[in-house]
Write a protein that binds this ligand. Sequence first.
Ligand SMILES: [Mg+2]
Length: 208
Amino acid sequence: MIRALIYDLDNTIYPVESIADEVFAGLFKLIDDLAEGISASDIQTAKNELTRRPFQKVADEYGFNDELIEQATELLRNLTYNKPMHAFDDYRYIKTIAVDKFLVTTGFVKLQNSKVKMLGIAGDFKQIYVVDPESTEKTKRHIFTQILEKYNYKAEEVLIIGDDPESEIKEAKAVGIKTVLYDPEKRFTNADADYRITNHRDIGELIL
Ligand SMILES: [Mg+2]
């Protein structure tokens, strides 16, 4: 029996695309101004990646220089999003599922918290964790383990739901928790996780 569901935020609860222009405008300008020795096509790919993955990882992978990293980090550390936001249509199914729900998201703490606020979803979760790579060496797997210990769930009583095989899916596998890839656009195969759903409604069958 499943007693708890642990959700990712970005692209799992709401589409990042819906806020990307505004959130990333300043960052993308800094990249255009300061990136050196990176090809135009790599810069474009890096920008796309930034809408899906933590800044620190993308900066590493694409070899952003120190000045760019420093200025971008300063910008992102203080960034908040303060306009109304809308969850995916099928979020309403998450709201109605009667098991404990947690939100575990990676990113800059002010920005992630502002998104939770603007989505108005704080009340839907038993606890919300923001893993900020700037202030902790911990990753999502540590939080998953922490939740199991704090609330006395066995690993087999929990499911992790997220959109990124390289993030929460990998992190959950590392600590032996079953994974559900939320993939409404069918970008991946079933092989990337224990289960794959294209609509949050489908979680109902997995928790019986
Ligand atoms: Mg995500």
